[in-house]
Design a binder for this molecule. Structure first.
Ligand code: THU
Length: 150
């Protein structure tokens, strides 16, 4: 599937980065963050145009906390999706986006499991700004089952 920065889906359904970002911002309102107060939202675009939203879900034991990106990916995989085009991510204390915060290392490795090098990651900043990076840029030299466990 061909994708570009301005129109992540070619043919069939189309969704712009801005539309995906709006869904990530909405997802942020679902965050369960009694410990950090740091709300994160994600919107994952599947190759067929389906969008899954995710939020971070914290835990009193801290370690079991699930990030927004993984919530979205796991929801999609549970429903049978394995082909993904892009994800938008936003976060901030009390839901106020003060900077563009990139996904954590664990989430990058989970993306690696299902997404190709050209998977787009839109990292939302204040106001209407966002940065675009590919998974290859976010996680170079990564451990990949198809390369290293063959
Ligand atoms: N968090 C995410 O949801 N995604 C990330 O990529 C980084 C961190 C969450 C986990 C925790 O609930 C809060 O942000 C503070 O670390």
């Amino acid at each position: 599937m061909a994708i570009s920065k301005t129109n992540v889906m070619k043919g069939g359904n189309t969704m712009t980065p801005e539309q995906l970002i709006d869904l990530a911002k909405e997802a942020m309102t679902h965050a369960y963050v009694p410990y950090s107060g740091y709300k994160v939202g994600a919107a994952l675009l599947c190759a067929d145009g389906t969008v899954y939203q995710g939020c971070n879900i914290e835990n009193a034991a801290y370690g079991p906390t699930n990030c927004a990106e993984r919530t979205a990916i796991f929801k999609a995989v549970y429903d049978g999706h394995r082909d993904f085009a892009a994800i938008a991510v936003c976060g901030g204390k009390d839901g106020v986006i003060t900077g563009a915060f990139p996904p954590c290392g664990v989430c990058r490795q989970v993306m690696r499991e299902f997404c190709r090098d050209d998977f787009w990651v839109y990292i939302v900043g204040p106001e209407d700004t966002y940065e675009t990076l590919t998974l290859a840029q976010l996680l170079p030299h990564s451990f990949q089952a198809e390369k290293h466990m063959a």
